[in-house]
Design a protein around this ligand. Structure first.
Ligand code: VGL
Ligand code: ZN
Length: 195
């Protein structure tokens, strides 16, 4: 049976922004962000075994990106390209077989979605992908907008709650983001379950 840990021939895994700056100790740390890493690694292993594609998006900002506070934006400096904070989590199993999608690379443009001004949609289509499984950081920003854009692009989406974590600038942002993804058509599942 096709399941998240036994992906079918039309599935791809999309790992969103699992980068050091979003993990505890990072400049824009997501509370408990490291909780998602083993779940993400289980999924990467399953997709690899099934010869299904794995994509990892990364926030890849220039040093004066418009989203940074000193540029008039919202966020502390984070994920500046080619710095340590922009690296994938050390214990994330993001190997050479994972396709990296860099986003928000232009100084004057913010992109929460991995689909925004990238070739992710066309790459997925050329691989025959019809559904993505989405995990990563952060639930209320880049996961949310990546999922909404995927649905807009007519991909099916399954989101694994144990594999995502939220910034929660306002209490309830995580819950509201999950509700928005669900009402837009994503299937939100609690976890990978017991095998
Ligand atoms: C993100 C805030 C700013 C994210 C990226 O990956 O969710 N959040 N840049
Ligand atoms: Zn960012």
């Amino acid at each position: 049976m096709v399941s998240l840990t036994n992906p079918g021939p039309y599935d791809a895994l999309v790992v969103v922004d699992l980068q050091k700056d979003f993990l505890p100790g990072g400049s824009l740390a997501v509370p408990d962000g490291d909780r998602v890493v083993p779940v993400v690694n289980d999924l990467i292993k399953s997709f690899r075994l099934a010869h299904r594609p794995v994509f990892a998006t990364r926030d890849w900002h220039p040093p004066k990106h418009c989203s940074f506070k000193q540029q008039g934006g919202t966020w502390p400096v984070h994920c500046v390209k080619n710095t340590r904070g922009a690296e994938f989590a050390d214990d994330a199993d993001i190997g050479d077989d994972v396709t990296i999608i860099s986003k928000a690379t232009e100084q004057d443009v913010e992109s929460y979605s991995g689909f925004h001004r990238t070739d992710l949609a066309s790459r997925l289509r050329s691989l025959g992908v019809k559904r993505i499984v989405a995990v990563g950081l952060a639930t209320d920003y880049c996961v949310l907008h990546t999922v909404l854009d995927a649905l807009d692009e007519d991909f099916g989406v399954a989101v694994v709650e144990d594999g995502i974590a939220a910034v929660e600038v306002e209490v309830g942002d995580a819950r509201r983001a999950i509700e928005r993804m669900r009402s837009a058509g994503a299937e939100v599942v609690a976890g990978l379950g017991v095998a």
